[in-house]
Write a protein that binds this ligand. Structure first.
Ligand code: FES
Length: 176
């Protein structure tokens, strides 16, 4: 199968002292999140701000992490330990459509392996890889909280449930 090489989740991180730059509008958006928490609890804004960094930079990169550490008066390691815990935060660039297939028990029992195999062979990648055209990344993730409609996957912010291979084909062909 073609596609970028599947490697560990954090192996493409390049550690530098570079600090990301954000526009005044984005800084104002960050400040608005920060204002929801007491001044001594800046760390509470970390997840919404990580989501914002991801939205602006496409993924959680080292300069983005350095920025948040300064912005929130945290150690860089504080930011990394939160960022690397959640599968909704990408530790490397992903394709235009990030397909996250739930691999936990209910989905596994209800057909996740067949769905994963179908998607991967259709796109020519392994889990963890991005298609050569940068359109799709396929990831296997832990429970997404939709166990009653297993098997399921998340693409971007949308949930797709009660999956069959036919349904997967329809979903993939609808994505531009
Ligand atoms: S086990 Fe797949 S959503 Fe919970």
């Amino acid at each position: 199968m073609a596609g970028a090489t599947a490697t560990s989740y954090t192996d493409q991180i390049v550690y530098t002292d570079e600090i990301a730059d954000f526009s005044p509008e984005i800084i104002a958006e960050m400040e608005s999140h920060l204002a929801k928490y007491p001044p001594e609890r800046k760390r509470s804004a970390l997840i919404p701000l990580l989501m914002l960094v991801q939205r602006e930079r496409g993924w959680i990169d080292n300069p983005g992490v350095n920025f948040l550490a300064h912005f929130l008066d945290l150690e860089v390691t504080d930011v990394w330990e939160t960022a690397t815990f959640y599968s909704m935060l990408n530790m490397r660039p992903v394709g235009r459509h990030h397909i996250q297939i739930c691999k936990t028990l209910s989905c596994r029992i209800m057909g996740e392996p067949e769905i994963t195999e179908h998607i991967c062979s259709k796109l020519g990648v392994h889990p963890g890889e991005t298609t050569e055209d940068g359109k799709f990344t396929v990831s296997l993730v832990e429970c997404l909280g939709s166990c009653g409609t297993a098997p399921m996957m998340q693409i971007g912010f949308d949930y797709h449930e009660d999956l069959t291979t036919e349904k997967v084909d329809q979903i993939l062909s609808s994505l531009g």
